[in-house]
Design a protein around this ligand. Structure first.
Ligand SMILES: *Cc1c(COP(=O)(O)O)cnc(C)c1O
Length: 457
């Protein structure tokens, strides 16, 4: 097919939309390590996990064998309101860079939550409703997950209790108000509404909170309140499964025009968008059908893949959640307050951790100012004002395209543009004023945090 017939935006017809999620674990020879009970260090059973999570989601979490899991019709119908998301050929960016590379991005910012997180939020709310629950609890850092979940809960008429990291609660009042518009209750964390919150407040008065701390509070409320369960917006296997919709659509759109990507790039916080984007491509790689270069991009201030340890660790500060084996900086690690809030988690999805450890994907880290330079460059030619998180992927996509300019290679690059940055204008302001800095943790700081990893195996 000739170059000219490839449109700026490749859409799928409703009839071409995926009807099942793809579970990459089914094709992995080395399965991700199981979650462990923090007290006994034995693999968590479905029964134990069922105290915290909805039953159907527990089944998905533990399913290492079924490659395809049908997407229930109610979820597919909700997806139809904002999906398929466009796969855009970045003709204008290519031209501006003067690169022979062909750049595509999958844009997930086309819904009110402004990110890919709604793909999993709607699924998790659906299963909670189906189980007859009253509501769900969760944490949110930058606010994207809380926003997505409050949208999903209002759709299914579920109560939604969000524990929001206190600094974000104070710095991002607009995110908070979007959540309240959708009917969620939002509590700044740490709070005095939970035992773990009171304990953390007593130990660290005046703390601005952290994701790990907000998780502990949300889990405590879910497990102590009748008819409630906890939901999480990233890291877990089930979340990567739901996010596979991104990759399945991308693959279907590329296949329509016989496009074979050479490089696939995504930003990595807990790993859900990247895991979702790459899943069908990784599946081909695992089955020996095709090969791709896959690159995870993380901030230099929170470098779980590139400087972390592959070890069992706590998922939360309060140490009440199961232990997960993952690339981690240690649950005690408090990343410096960089502006890509969604990339500040200390650990990484255990599925992606295993794939990375097996050499099936690469990782790189980038500095904040370089990320905002890329964000601005992208916004000026492609029209979309990207989220700081997403801009990590833009940075590396641009760098790879510039390498092609030097070598003359016409590589095809696909990257995930996870969301829009309208709620991040304070960060853009700092960048424009030249006030942006990037704190890179020292080896000593990381070593101190690694020393507190739990003693497992
Ligand atoms: C949450 C978020 C991320 C990072 O989360 P992952 O689970 O690693 O995908 C990236 N981009 C945006 C816009 C987000 O909201």
């Amino acid at each position: 097919m000739s170059e000219k017939t490839i449109p700026y935006k490749i859409y799928l017809e409703e009839s071409e939309m995926p009807t099942a999620w793809y579970n990459v674990r089914a094709d992995m020879k080395n399965k991700p390590a199981p979650l462990l009970n923090p007290a006994t260090h034995k693999p968590m059973t479905a029964e134990e996990l069922g105290v915290v999570f909805c039953d159907e989601l527990v089944a998905q979490e533990l399913d290492n064998t079924n490659a395809y899991i049908p997407i229930p019709e109610e979820i597919r119908n909700f997806y139809k309101m904002y999906r398929p998301s466009p796969l855009v050929r970045a003709y204008c960016l290519e031209k501006k860079l003067g690169t022979p590379a062909k750049i595509y991005y999958k844009f997930e910012g086309n819904n009110t939550s402004g990110s890919h997180k709604l793909n999993s939020a709607i699924a998790q709310a659906y299963y909670a409703k189906k189980q007859g629950l009253k509501g769900v609890t969760t944490e949110t850092g930058a606010g994207q997950w809380g926003t997505a979940l409050s949208m999903a809960c209002s759709y299914f008429d579920l109560d939604c209790k969000v524990y929001m990291v206190k600094v974000s609660y104070e710095q991002k009042p607009f995110r908070r108000e979007v959540m309240r518009t959708y009917g969620a209750s939002v509590t700044p964390s740490p709070s005095d509404t939970t035992e773990v919150g009171r304990k953390i407040l007593a130990e660290h008065p005046g703390t601005g909170g952290s994701l790990g701390c907000a998780i502990s509070e949300a889990v405590e409320v879910a497990t102590s309140k009748d008819g409630y369960r906890y939901v999480l917006g990233s890291v877990l296997n089930q979340v990567l499964l739901h996010q596979s919709i991104i990759g399945l659509e991308t693959k279907a759109a590329l296949d329509k025009y016989n496009i074979n990507p050479d490089i696939i790039i995504g930003c990595a916080g807990g790993g859900s968008n990247l895991g979702g984007l790459i899943s069908p491509f990784m599946g081909e790689k695992l089955r020996g059908e095709n090969d791709y270069r896959i690159i995870a991009v993380e901030p230099k201030s929170c470098p779980s893949f590139t400087r972390g340890k592959y070890a069992y660790d706590f998922c939360d500060t309060g140490m009440i959640c199961p232990l997960a084996k993952m690339y981690t900086l240690g649950s005690n690690f408090i990343p410096s307050p960089n502006h890509a809030g969604g990339l500040r988690y200390h650990g990484m999805s255990s599925t992606l951790s295993q794939l990375y450890d097996d050499g099936l994907m690469e990782a790189t880290s980038v500095e904040q100012t370089a990320v905002f330079e890329a964000a601005e460059q992208f916004a000026r030619v492609e029209g979309i004002l990207p989220a700081p998180e997403s801009s990590h992927a833009i940075r590396v996509a641009i760098d790879e395209a510039l390498k092609c300019k030097e070598t003359g290679e016409e590589k095809t690059i696909v990257f995930g543009l996870t969301g829009t940055g309208y709620f991040d204008m304070v960060a853009y302001e700092k960048f424009h004023n030249g006030e942006m800095t990037d704190y890179i943790p020292t080896d000593e700081e990381l070593a101190a945090s690694f020393a507190k990893l739990p003693d497992v195996e």
